[in-house]
Design a protein around this ligand. Structure first.
Ligand SMILES: C[S@@+](CC[C@H](N)C(=O)[O-])C[C@H]1O[C@@H](n2cnc3c(N)ncnc32)[C@H](O)[C@@H]1O
Length: 472
């Protein structure tokens, strides 16, 4: 299977503004925005849904269906491309991108939802008529009739190479991930077929919304009063909204006492805060703080301990988001805009330091359905010097006896263990701290001393954490 998403040719023809079937039209518009403008589905969709909801004929069920159509079509794009490629008479790169979007939407309804076949085909052909015109609607009709000849399993048997011949290609097609991502995840996860299949499957599931009750400002009990809210699995501050819901409608979230935060991110902040320390525990640093999720939790934990947090972020607008996240923090803090590789502070002046470095985000594929198709193996080389530079500076910034947490939301070994190993070779008098006891009750943390969380094992993003102490 190709790792290249197929919409390489920009569309020359504008599509007509549609009038009917607002759900599919909205889904199509969202897919076009993701395709044409490199937009993020999770940013493009909410305003489109809000606008549609202002009209009487678009209700919550329509919004749920539109969301499912957009997210499902994007996640499953690799599988659907393989299917559609066998049903058209030319390479996918030669099919107009808007036509491919309509075909993918149709394929998702046929192969990935319970929408009856005739309804999926006729509604998609009608959509094609409105947004593409009659001629291309005929083409869509012909292709979708071929797609409808088999269910998903039937198609996978036909389009995926046998596992025994090419395990990675097989998994790439069946679970709709680029092949290089399958390889990288498998390298990091280790083990046999069952584990990687479970992980890839989990990447295609929509994650629950998890909230954090920022200590000293809100309690998990308070958030448990929300609809379908249950306690988090690992973090004492976490509450999961099992039926999704709108976090923005929750008072504690609106006024910043609580936030939306994956439990993996909460665990990183908690582990750093609880790492054993001899001597003073007064000054904490978050060296890559934007947009501020971990900084807000660290700030609240620091306040409980009478410590101060300095939250530093290179991008001014993201530093603004950090300032907003920390507003109302019960203890002292400061937010600055600074390059974390050229510290604006004295060396050795912090007791605890977090560097949650920029990375490929391959650990958060559940949340960003299009991300897997946008990332390239070359991206790793781009991040490598920055990740090393930020960790080196973090180690210089912490006092002797203090602790640095190096975190990524990617499990790729080139961004996790390779960075830590390289930097520790260069920086003398540093020791890895066993992070596992700092995540009490969390199973399957491997041999340590660093930890890698996984969606299929822990229900979290695949966050990586290494704790490093400066010893001399
Ligand atoms: C993975 S994000 C951090 C997420 C954050 N810890 C949170 O939980 O909300 C990495 C951040 O590092 C910032 N960054 C990139 N290069 C940087 C640099 N040289 N110095 C400091 N921050 C940098 C990015 O702008 C981005 O906001």
């Amino acid at each position: 299977m190709s790792d290249q998403p197929r919409r390489t040719r920009p569309s020359g023809k504008p599509y007509r503004r549609p009038k009917k079937d607002p759900v599919r039209i909205l889904a199509f518009e969202a897919l076009r925005a993701v395709d044409e403008r490199d937009a993020y589905a999770n940013l493009v969709l909410p305003p489109l849904l809000r606008k549609a909801r202002e009209k009487d004929d678009f209700d919550a069920r329509d919004a749920a269906l539109a969301t499912e159509l957009v997210y499902g079509t994007l996640r499953r794009q690799g599988t659907y491309d393989a299917v559609i490629a066998t049903c058209v008479d030319r390479p996918l790169g030669e099919v107009d991108p808007p036509v491919l979007d309509v075909l993918s939407l149709g394929a998702h309804q046929l192969l990935g939802t319970r929408i009856p076949t005739h309804a999926a085909v006729s509604a998609t052909v009608e959509l094609a008529r409105v947004v593409l015109g009659d001629g291309r609607a005929k083409f869509v009709n012909a292709v979708l009739r071929k797609v409808a000849q088999h269910d998903l399993d039937g198609w996978l048997e036909r389009v995926a190479p046998p596992y025994d011949e090419d395990p990675e290609d097989h998994l790439a097609v069946v679970h709709s991930h680029p092949r290089w991502v399958v390889s990288a995840l498998w390298d990091s996860l280790g083990g046999g077929r069952a584990g990687i299949e479970e992980l890839l499957h989990a990447d295609n599931e929509r994650p629950e919304v998890t909230l954090v009750a920022r200590p000293g400002r809100a309690t998990a009990e308070e958030l448990l009063g929300e609809d379908a809210a249950v306690p988090g699995q690992w973090s004492p501050y976490a509450v999961r909204l099992t039926e999704g819901g709108e976090p923005g409608a929750i008072a504690a979230v609106r006024d910043g006492r609580a936030g939306v935060q994956d439990e993996g991110s909460q665990l990183v902040a908690i582990a750093l805060a609880n790492a054993p320390l001899d001597g003073p525990d007064r000054r904490w640093l978050d060296g890559c703080a934007g947009p501020g999720g971990k900084a807000a939790l660290l700030g609240a934990l620091a306040a409980e301990r009478g410590a101060t947090l300095l939250a530093s972020e290179k991008q001014p607008h993201r530093a603004g988001l950090v300032a907003r996240a920390l507003e109302g923090n019960p203890g002292p803090y400061q937010v600055i805009t600074a390059d974390g590789t050229r510290p604006a502070w004295r060396p050795g002046s912090f007791d605890r330091v977090l560097v949650d470095v920029p990375c490929t985000g391959l650990g958060a594929l559940r949340r960003r359905p299009e991300a897997r198709w946008r990332r390239r193996p070359d991206d790793l080389e781009g991040f490598a010097p920055l990740q090393r530079g930020l960790l080196r500076t973090a180690l210089e910034s912490v006092r002797v006896g203090g602790v640095v947490a190096y975190a990524t939301c990617s499990p790729h070994l080139a961004e996790t263990r390779a960075v830590v190993a390289d930097v520790l070779k260069q920086v003398p008098d540093t020791d890895l701290v066993d992070a596992r006891p700092l995540l009490p009750g969390v199973p399957d943390l491997g041999d340590g001393p660093d930890v890698q969380l996984w969606p299929h094992l822990h229900g979290t993003d695949a966050m990586y954490l290494a704790l490093i102490r400066r010893t001399g």
